[in-house]
Design a protein around this ligand. Structure first.
Ligand SMILES: [Zn+2]
Length: 202
């Protein structure tokens, strides 16, 4: 059997589970091995500009920004041009389904490994669509564990407070929508998530 590079890993973690730090450390290891790495991030989250950065590690690495309205053709063309051995993807939940499909197809066509990082479930309690699409496109799921903010179970969900008020519905993507409000996210387990949401409705 021919050796293939095209593994597709999806590293899922809640907010503050050090996903970007994990990406940066993995990128460093690949750089040290002399592998050609392409780093991608979505236009939706440009708080750090054209870099993936980590507050924990005080370091960053340059990233290509995938435009919001790309139908997947830009994703394919950049991979075709750069011909990386490994693609690191930050914030996969902010890509589109079409862009995720383009990544998966390019990994097969150009025999390239992908390691993508993302959030699984939005503060609305629903799975992000591009994450679901990645699972359908053969990404292998890994979890970066982190304890719940309120108990000892693993965090899987998020509570979003805007100016102190718990949000129970809205757009799953809110990086820009509420730029003026004080946003506080808590990474919690399903039990604590459900308890908080039910209390907000009561
Ligand atoms: Zn909990």
């Amino acid at each position: 059997m021919l050796k293939s590079n095209k593994v597709r890993h999806l590293m899922l973690g809640t907010m503050k589970s050090a996903k970007s730090a994990h990406l940066l450390m993995h990128g460093y290891q690949l750089d040290e091995q002399g592998k050609k790495v392409l780093t991608l991030k979505p236009e939706t989250d440009l708080r750090d500009g054209a870099f993936v950065s980590s507050r924990a590690l005080h370091t960053k690495r340059p990233a290509h920004i995938i435009p919001k309205y790309d139908d997947g053709s830009y994703v394919q063309s950049i991979i075709e041009t750069e011909r990386p051995e490994v693609i690191l993807v930050d914030e996969l939940q902010f890509f589109t389904d079409e862009q995720v499909e383009a990544l998966a197809k390019a990994s097969i066509r150009f025999d390239v490994a992908i390691q993508a990082y993302g959030l699984m479930i939005s503060y609305t309690g629903e799975m992000f669509s591009p994450i679901k699409r990645a699972m359908e496109c053969g990404f292998t799921i890994h979890h970066l564990s982190m304890p719940c903010a309120h108990c000892s179970q693993d965090a899987t969900h998020h509570l979003l407070y805007l100016d102190g008020v718990l949000q129970t519905s809205g757009s799953p993507i809110n990086v820009e929508d509420y730029a003026d409000a004080t946003q506080i996210y808590e990474s919690v387990c399903y039990d604590c998530y459900t308890t908080a949401i039910q209390a907000a409705y009561a």
